[in-house]
Design a protein around this ligand. Structure first.
Ligand SMILES: *Cc1c(COP(=O)(O)O)cnc(C)c1O
Length: 354
């Protein structure tokens, strides 16, 4: 023991999926994005709970992520891969029945030569300039691609978390120009796009962060709680300093708790002197630098030494914690997912720990 516990509420996760799905009309199907090990929360458990809630289409970043998903979901779920069909992926795509979202003419050639007749999707670039065929490439390839019956034709919005951003309308128009009139199902919206309204929904939506309790889905139920054990407490007198670089100095007598968890557990070093922990609902500031395995917290104002302190809890969301580190909820979740925490799952029809 000794490291913290990530408590993951699978009922809240399922409820967030249902809430986002309910924002779309009856002709739109909600899938679920479970890349990066389910945004750090455990792809197998997350995908299983979402399948029980009714999700049938799942999205991974790379083919490698497909194995854990296929094992958790069984043979019927559709597992799409955003990176498409990269060199070396053929065997995994074929054996795990993954659906690559083909991003280039090169990937299309690779897919159609190596796995003719196997399911595929197409990703189009509507302006983000990250993945997908550009309008001119699509113009050259679309007849062949559409003739082979893609399972999905998708694109991704660059600024969907800013509803007023003109890029949203611009990408919508481009996507429409590239796909109006085709028979294949279309998909443009992730969490932010769902919130932009029905015009953006098409046939399939691909929510990720909102499922896990993050912005821009402000009404999301929190999914993660992170509680960290206190190793020891000590008194400092005025003028004594704490941790590497002496970056914090006591201005009077203080009591400090040394807590198990550091940047080696995804508590970003940028949180040094910039985060709050909680004893129940009482805020306790992180003081000094975040070390690899430890943080130090001012607990002077508590009645007694705490046994643990919470860094994600009802009093502090992933996005509030992210603000202190100058980042976003997505990065907080995925970096915590790489930590040494015990994961404990509640709800979703199962209670288990890893
Ligand atoms: C990550 C990702 C999503 C999910 O985005 P969220 O903002 O987490 O909802 C959807 N589509 C693509 C292509 C992605 O890369």
């Amino acid at each position: 023991m000794g490291s913290g516990t990530l408590q993951i509420d699978l009922d809240a996760l399922a409820s967030n999926w249902r809430a986002l799905a309910a924002m779309t009309g009856p002709r739109t199907e909600a899938g679920a994005v479970v890349k990066a090990d389910g945004y750090g929360l455990g792809a197998a458990q997350v995908a299983h709970a979402l399948a029980q809630a009714g999700a049938r289409k799942f999205f991974a970043a790379v083919a490698q992520e497909g194995a854990a998903l296929r094992a958790a979901l069984g043979p019927d779920a559709e597992i799409y891969v955003f990176s498409g069909h990269m060199a070396g992926d053929t065997e995994a795509i074929s054996e795990l029945s993954l659906i690559p979202m083909l991003n280039s003419i090169e990937q299309m050639t690779r897919q159609f030569e190596a796995l003719p007749g196997q399911p595929f999707g197409i990703q189009l670039d509507s302006g983000m300039n990250r993945l997908g065929l550009e309008p001119a490439e699509w113009g050259a390839a679309r007849e062949i691609a559409l003739g082979l019956g893609p399972r999905l034709v998708a694109s991704h919005l660059a600024c969907a978390d800013e509803p007023e951003h003109p890029m949203n309308r611009q990408q919508l128009d481009t996507f429409r120009k590239m796909t109006d009139g085709i028979e294949a199902p279309r998909s443009l919206a992730a969490t932010g796009g769902i919130l932009l309204g029905e015009e953006y929904h098409f046939d399939v939506v691909r929510p990720g962060i909102g499922l896990y309790g993050g912005l821009p889905f402000a009404e999301a139920r929190p999914v993660v709680r992170l509680s960290l054990p206190v190793i020891q407490c000590r008194d400092l007198v005025e003028g004594e300093s704490v941790g590497y670089g002496n970056s914090w100095t006591a201005e009077g007598p203080v009591r400090l708790a040394t807590v198990s968890g550091g940047y080696g557990d995804g508590l970003l070093r940028a949180l040094s002197n910039e985060a709050m922990l909680f004893s129940g609902e009482v805020p306790c500031p992180l003081v000094g630098r975040v070390s690899m395995d430890l943080i130090t917290v001012d607990v002077t104002h508590l009645d007694r030494d705490p046994e643990h302190l919470d860094i994600l809890c009802p009093s502090q969301s992933v996005d509030e914690l992210a603000t202190g580190a100058g980042t976003i909820g997505y990065e907080i979740l995925t970096s915590l997912g790489n930590g040494r925490y015990r994961r404990s799952y509640e709800g979703g029809g199962l209670i288990s720990a890893t």
